[in-house]
Ligand binder design. Structure first.
Ligand SMILES: NC(=O)c1ccc[n+]([C@@H]2O[C@H](COP(=O)([O-])OP(=O)(O)OC[C@H]3O[C@@H](n4cnc5c(N)ncnc54)[C@H](O)[C@@H]3O)[C@@H](O)[C@H]2O)c1
Length: 209
């Protein structure tokens, strides 16, 4: 509304989640700050949105700045194969504006707010230190039919390749499918998962025959 300062939305993580979150926030006329450690991602978003968003390198100082002034913080960080880093601490949440909202999309990987715990659509929110938390682990479940079709569109090619070629040949033919292999013939084949669980990592190539 002319004459009124817009709400401030801080988006942590500029990947798939963060990009979609900021698209909606910009569309609603918010002041948007997006933080990521990957400067190339920030550069791409800067090219698209120009001065309609503010991009910030994700470090402790910038995170603190953005979170303290935000009305809404959306957390969409991912470190592949590892638990999400707890970037927003309990003490930061306690110092946020009363009534502000945090949405921890990364909750399915443990969450990036120290105060988060997973919730469901049945009872999606809870309050910690006057800050409303929304931490639904399966957000696309709100539009189950649409999200199932969208997921199938992306995965059906892999399912058909596995059915047509058999798993080993399909993996050899498609590095993306092979990169997704976590466990094979009793061995952990994904470096970060092996590291997190204390198992040796056996390269997938050595098991494909
Ligand atoms: N709850 C749900 O319903 C739901 C839905 C979709 C995705 N997710 C989860 O959301 C998370 C993000 O998914 P995505 O597809 O956007 O991943 P992505 O890989 O596309 O993006 C993650 C981003 O986080 C950034 N990042 C890593 N460390 C960071 C740090 N310290 N500070 C700031 N940014 C950092 C990465 O550089 C990357 O750009 C995943 O854990 C995913 O499983 C949850």
């Amino acid at each position: 509304v002319p004459g009124v300062a817009p709400g401030h939305v801080a988006v942590i993580g500029a990947g798939v989640v963060g990009t979609n979150a900021l698209q909606i926030a910009v569309g609603m006329g918010a002041r948007v700050t997006v933080l990521d450690k990957n400067v190339d991602r920030l550069r791409q978003l800067d090219l698209i949105y120009g001065n309609r968003i503010q991009t910030m390198f994700s470090n402790a100082h910038n995170l603190e700045d953005a979170v303290m002034s935000a009305d809404l913080v959306i957390g969409g960080v991912l470190v592949p194969g590892a638990a999400a880093p707890k970037l927003v601490t309990r003490s930061m949440v306690a110092r946020m504006k009363p009534g502000s909202v945090v949405v921890d999309v990364a909750i399915d990987q443990g969450g990036c707010f120290e105060t988060s715990h997973a919730t469901t659509h049945e009872n999606p929110t809870f309050v910690v230190d006057n800050v409303i938390h929304y931490c639904v682990a399966n957000m696309p479940g709100a539009v189950a039919r649409t999200s199932t079709f969208a997921l199938n569109n992306a995965t059906i090619g892999h399912a058909l390749a596995l059915a047509d070629k058999g798993w080993a040949r399909a993996m050899k033919a498609n590095p993306h499918l092979k990169n997704g292999l976590n466990v094979c013939q009793g061995h952990v084949t994904y470096e970060a998962v092996a590291h997190a669980l204390g198992y040796p990592c056996v390269p997938a190539d050595s098991l494909l025959g």
